[in-house]
Design a binder for this molecule. Structure first.
Ligand SMILES: Cc1cc2nc3c(=O)[nH]c(=O)nc-3n(C[C@H](O)[C@H](O)[C@H](O)COP(=O)(O)OP(=O)(O)OC[C@H]3O[C@@H](n4cnc5c(N)ncnc54)[C@H](O)[C@@H]3O)c2cc1C
Length: 61
């Protein structure tokens, strides 16, 4: 059976978290396409400040 297409505009944390949840709930249903405006893959902006400050980026620190 042909999959439905799920298109997300914005390769940020909210969009990718939503995609992860959709895939968890119904793994085979969608063919997913994500458009991003930035020339790099998704990254965790929340960890940017500690990483740039040279602190351990581990979530447990
Ligand atoms: C340095 C820094 C430190 C932070 N620290 C914390 C913290 O400690 N705790 C906390 O809770 N929050 C923190 N934040 C905020 C947190 O990162 C944001 O709240 C979160 O990233 C929002 O996620 P989002 O997916 O809604 O938006 P974004 O992460 O901004 O993602 C949106 C994406 O959509 C893309 N986009 C937008 N328009 C288009 C378009 N028309 N076409 C294609 N792509 C498009 C953008 O390029 C971007 O990649 C921090 C942010 C920064 C910058």
């Amino acid at each position: 059976m042909r999959k439905e297409r799920l298109v997300v505009v914005g390769n940020g944390m909210a969009g990718c978290r939503a995609v992860a949840e959709v895939l968890k709930r119904d793994p085979g249903r969608y063919e997913v396409t994500i458009f991003g405006a930035e020339p790099r893959v998704n990254y965790d902006r929340i960890m940017l400040s500690p990483v740039l400050a040279g602190r351990n980026p581990s979530p447990t620190s």
